[in-house]
Write a protein that binds this ligand. Structure first.
Ligand SMILES: Nc1nc2c(ncn2[C@@H]2O[C@H](COP(=O)(O)OP(=O)(O)OP(=O)(O)O)[C@@H](O)[C@H]2O)c(=O)[nH]1
Length: 384
């Protein structure tokens, strides 16, 4: 049995964690508890029993201190560190395939830290290449009742769909506060959305938006979104009352997983095969190039005649690859908080490493290595 994986993604505060908590308890009442993974390193408390929690292996605050990072940099670095162990996570989950039908993954509140980072892509790819994987894009329904906010959020969802290429369900959360009927209407009736946009502009006094390029931009964006909506399923849920969770599971089990098998898996296999072939060709080509450079190939140039640039050919100082630092030394730092309210532990200039000379040293070492020892070793190996 393949573990159906649901990756929950959404803007900060859209209710991902509460959604995962409710989905977890909903599935438990159906005697089908899911395997739950928390990938948010910065969360203080997780209101559900997570089977794997990133916080067990990576201490977010220590990452901030040790690498001198801000909150978002620390989330990305924590995910980077975690992604190096993702094969172990996948193995653990594979061993549980007889016990669990579903796996739910909660992601960090800062959506871009997950969606646009290399580690986020690695983690998503790892799940998607092993299990039928679906993205649940959580939307804060009351916050999206304005057509412009709605359209911006849908454009974001669209970019995630095209980035991950995985089946996506739009989950309109918090329907206990505001029903999601308006969203359903806007997604199925282009003219209804246009009307809402016009009304909104009139109401908010943005009549200027209705003319010129802005109006045609909005029109073409909403037309483009119409195409996007046709590939999606939407459900309205309330993580507080539990309303809509049966519909959500129905869409996952009887719609999106089949879509994954029919389209995404087939496409993925095709792309992987293509990549493998390209990689094989690239390796053959670079080996041919190396043989030619070393004067081994029959038709190639003799040794010493190779005209390809190597690092040692670059004139000293001409283009040594070092980027000149900005002149920031004179910038006066301004603070919006008084000194006593600011975080302690500023960086001590005296103890900061001299990066310029460290880079220079590394560049010199590289030149020496590539031009003499390494090239000689490669030549020896190929001759053998
Ligand atoms: N009324 C209502 N409030 C909800 C619902 N789901 C979540 N909330 C509230 O929305 C707020 C954010 O919920 P979280 O679950 O922390 O959202 P999140 O997306 O995980 O937040 P971050 O990970 O910090 O970005 C909390 O105050 C929740 O109580 C819902 O279905 N109805």
């Amino acid at each position: 049995m393949a573990v159906k994986t649901v990756i929950c993604i959404g803007m900060a505060g859209s209710g991902k964690t509460t959604f995962v908590q409710r989905l977890n308890s909903h599935m438990r009442t159906k005697n089908s508890p899911p395997y739950v993974i928390n990938l948010d390193p910065a969360v203080l408390k997780v209101p559900y029993g997570a089977n794997i929690d990133i916080r067990d292996s990576i201490k977010y605050k220590k990452v901030m201190e040790n690498y001198n990072l801000g909150p978002n940099g620390a989330i990305v670095t924590s995910l980077n560190l975690f992604s190096t162990k993702i094969d172990q996570v996948i193995k653990l989950l594979e061993n549980k395939r007889d016990k669990f039908e579903h796996c739910i993954v909660d992601t960090p509140g800062q959506i871009e830290c997950f969606v646009w980072s290399a580690s986020g892509a690695i983690i998503t790819e790892s799940f998607a290449s092993t299990f039928p994987t679906v993205i649940a894009y959580i939307v804060d329904t009351p916050r999206n009742a304005s057509p412009t906010t709605f359209m911006s959020n849908m454009l974001y969802a669209c970019s995630i769909l095209y980035k991950t290429k995985l089946p996506m369900i739009l989950v309109f959360n918090k329907t206990d506060v505001c029903k999601a009927d308006f969203a359903k209407e806007w997604m199925s009736d282009f003219e209804a959305f246009q009307r809402a946009l016009r009304d909104d502009q009139e109401l908010n006094g943005n009549s200027g938006l209705g003319s010129g390029y802005m109006s045609s931009l909005i029109n073409s964006m909403s037309l483009m979104l119409e195409e996007f909506y046709s590939q999606l399923d939407m459900v309205g849920v309330s993580s507080f009352t539990g309303e809509g969770f049966d519909d959500f599971l129905e869409v996952v089990n009887n719609g999106k997983v089949q879509e994954y098998d029919q389209y995404y898996k087939a496409e993925r296999d095709r792309v992987l095969k293509l990549k493998e072939e390209k990689e094989k060709q690239r390796k053959e080509k670079s080996l041919d190039g190396l043989m030619k450079d070393l004067g081994i190939s029959d038709g190639g140039k003799k040794k010493g005649e190779a005209d390809a640039d190597v690092v040692s050919d670059v004139e000293e100082g001409e283009n040594d690859g070092l980027v000149l630092p900005d002149e920031f030394e004179d910038t006066e730092r301004e603070y919006t908080f008084s000194a006593s309210d600011r975080t302690q532990g500023e960086i001590n200039d005296q103890s900061a490493p001299d990066l310029q000379s460290a880079y220079q040293e590394a560049a010199d070492r590289l030149r020496k290595d590539v031009s003499s020892e390494t090239a000689e070793n490669i030549a020896k190996y190929v001759r053998q």
